[in-house]
Ligand binder design. Sequence first.
Ligand SMILES: [Zn+2]
Ligand SMILES: [Zn+2]
Length: 414
Amino acid sequence: MTRQELYDIARQIEQQYGSLYEEVCQTVFDFAEVGMQEFKSSAYLCEQLAKIGFRVTRPVAGVETAFMAEYGEGHPKVCFLSEYDALPGYGPNQDQNGHACGHNWIAANTFGAAHVLKEMYDRGLFKGTIVYAGSPAEETVGGKINMVDAGCYDDCDLAMQIHIGGGTETRLGSQYLAMDSLRFTFHGVSSHAAGAPERGVNALDAAYLMFNGVNALRQHITPDARIHGIISNGGLAPNVVPALSESLWYVRAAQRSYVDELVQKVINCAKGACLMTGCTMDYQFVENSYDNLKINPFLIDEMAACMTEAGIGEVDTTIEPPSGSSDVGNVSWVCPTLGANMGIGNTDGCRCHEEAFLPNCTGPVGFAGLHKAVLAQTFLALNAYTDEALQKKLYERKTQLQSERTGESRVKVK
Ligand SMILES: [Zn+2]
Ligand SMILES: [Zn+2]
């Protein structure tokens, strides 16, 4: 059977079950649960996957809303990276959760791809293992990092995800910055700010002296790095010298090793602030450590061809400098991983995380893109089974990634 004949059968299956994928997309959209609270979403997805014959393991990695679902056996083992956490702060009073990053759409396109591939498997047209990896809290702690640590992706030959994006352009060469997030707490001594300031030790002073230290550091870091923070607690009343202050920081760079280095320098800025003020300080990592994405040019080219086949226009394969961070990066250190950002086709200029983007994550625009994303991923998975040259590249890349692994845990939040 030719590649085109296989694709045509996949198209027929996708068309036959397309309304089910739309239903999954809408249902998870309506649940709109934020990270680590995706109880209904994960239970619903597990139920749908069990219904189509997948073996479901829940929970995994010690995270209640994380799960793995598998169908078939052997290799290639192809993993679809699902997400289903929403964001807070939408609606007229900014008090509602919403899927403004379209993770419901990711949950559905991975479900669709897993299902079409399963139907191909049942017809003897695909051999291998189909994996639906249910990973929570992409927007907060990074659930995939817990799952990487637990070995969930160790046996996979290929992992992929198509994220929703605004506009019409689809980007395959987006990279992610490695990132650490920290909370610094300074402890001082309260006193009357006017009556007896000499008795006080000012924890707010320590926080902004730390900011000044980091501002000076910024001149001497490489241009890819980003260090940004907020003061989340700067005291309670102006007439009381603050005995406690707290700041939250993100430290990012193109390479994990450089983030590790910068984090130590930021900690030194906090230590310096202690010396200057007489405060004491402690710090914690508040999210898991995100790794940079290890990009795979051969997969970008493969996926570009699959996307064109699936009717996705304007596919840009340029490898761009990294900007944001994603826990998909951590998966890319374990097995060959492809992360794509697909323009949903809206032309009103709105983008992910914006209130106006919400309607694009379901409905006619979202669903039209959903079906194409299902097909593109299915085609790439089929190629991983039928194309020996691609299999060889995947094998070599995986071997290389394994040889580079340090085994160091990136899990900071249990
Ligand atoms: Zn997001
Ligand atoms: Zn997202």
